[in-house]
Design a protein around this ligand. Structure first.
Ligand code: ZN
Ligand code: ZN
Length: 314
């Protein structure tokens, strides 16, 4: 039976769901109650989990008043939580796992949404300083390759209420492990990375001579036949081929651009191998579909207004 009242929302709760507001850390709250002529017994002040946010908002409003009015009584330290509980991150806004909207846009959570994958949550933290707890949802359309946050995504940070990120020991441990594994990935990752969603059309054209769309079209024709390896992803392997043709950098140079492991001779060899396998696959799976009369049916050809069409249909 719930037997203690939350002094913020006045609901009755079990003691396990409540935290005490009696300590002097909360004197700002005691002052707030007195200044609103509320009677209270300091030893019977509690707040429930659901009211943490309300408390934070009250505290923020008070802080704003005390800045504009130096004579106000509120002390500088206005803790919402006891200081030695968990770990609080500065300037990182928290989104709890029961947040009822998409993390990125204001759409309400629906069955079409997905659980936001870990790598996309790390993107949110690193790019926007938003800490989304495990279990938050987002629309599929905000994700690139299914697990990264789209780089062109606009996220409205200004209008979000800043909710401090206070991590439990478990959450803090998870976050550290995630960050360490991210750092490990970065150490061995390519300097130039065509899996990186922030590369622009101009980048693609400068390095490969193709737009992203053209690059993808050719890549899709051969990607299922391409072997991926621990040294390089399929996409980077495909990019190496076009970079060689477009820039005529040496294979040794291309190997170091993609941070291929090993000494410079093995880098050179791996880049050259990548080039050869892409060349063979393009010949057998792409060129044959787009070169010569054989790639069109007569009807396809008639829809093309070319000299060839005229010969064919006459
Ligand atoms: Zn409450
Ligand atoms: Zn959304």
């Amino acid at each position: 039976m719930p037997n203690i009242q939350c002094s913020v929302c006045n609901n009755w709760k079990n003691s396990s769901e409540l935290k005490s507001l009696s300590s002097s850390n909360y004197s700002w709250y005691h002052n707030y109650l007195s200044s609103n002529d509320k009677k209270f017994n300091i030893n019977e002040l509690f707040f429930c989990k659901g009211c943490k946010y309300t408390l934070y908002t009250i505290k923020k409003d008070l802080a704003a008043i005390s800045i504009s009015d130096p004579s106000s009584l509120y002390p500088e330290s206005m803790e919402v939580e006891d200081a030695n509980e968990g770990l609080t991150l500065d300037h990182v806004t928290f989104i709890s796992s029961d947040y009822e909207r998409c993390v990125v846009c204001p759409t309400l959570v629906s069955p079409e949404m997905v659980l936001m994958p870990k790598s996309a949550r790390l993107d949110l933290l690193l790019l926007y300083r938003l800490f989304a707890a495990r279990g938050v949802h987002c629309c599929r359309s905000h994700l690139l390759y299914g697990d990264r946050l789209r780089p062109d995504q606009h996220i409205d940070i200004e209008n979000r209420l800043p909710m401090p990120t206070s991590l439990s020991t478990t959450q803090a441990r998870e976050l550290f492990n995630d960050l360490f594994s991210l750092i490990d990935t970065l150490k061995s990752s390519s300097h130039l990375d065509f899996d990186d969603p922030s590369l622009t059309n101009e980048d693609y054209e400068a390095w490969t001579g193709w737009t992203i769309e053209q690059f993808n079209l050719m890549f899709e024709c051969i990607s299922s036949h391409l072997r991926s390896s621990s040294n390089r992803t399929k996409r980077n392997c495909f990019a190496m081929f076009w970079i060689k043709l477009k820039t005529n950098l040496s294979f040794r140079q291309i190997g170091s651009l993609f941070n291929v492991p090993g000494d410079s001779e093995s880098r050179r060899k791996r880049a050259a191998d990548a080039f050869d396998s892409v060349r063979e696959l393009l010949i057998s799976h792409f060129v044959s579909k787009h070169l010569g009369i054989g790639h069109l049916t007569v009807d396809d050809a008639k829809t093309h207004n070319t000299a060839y069409t005229k010969v064919c249909s006459s």
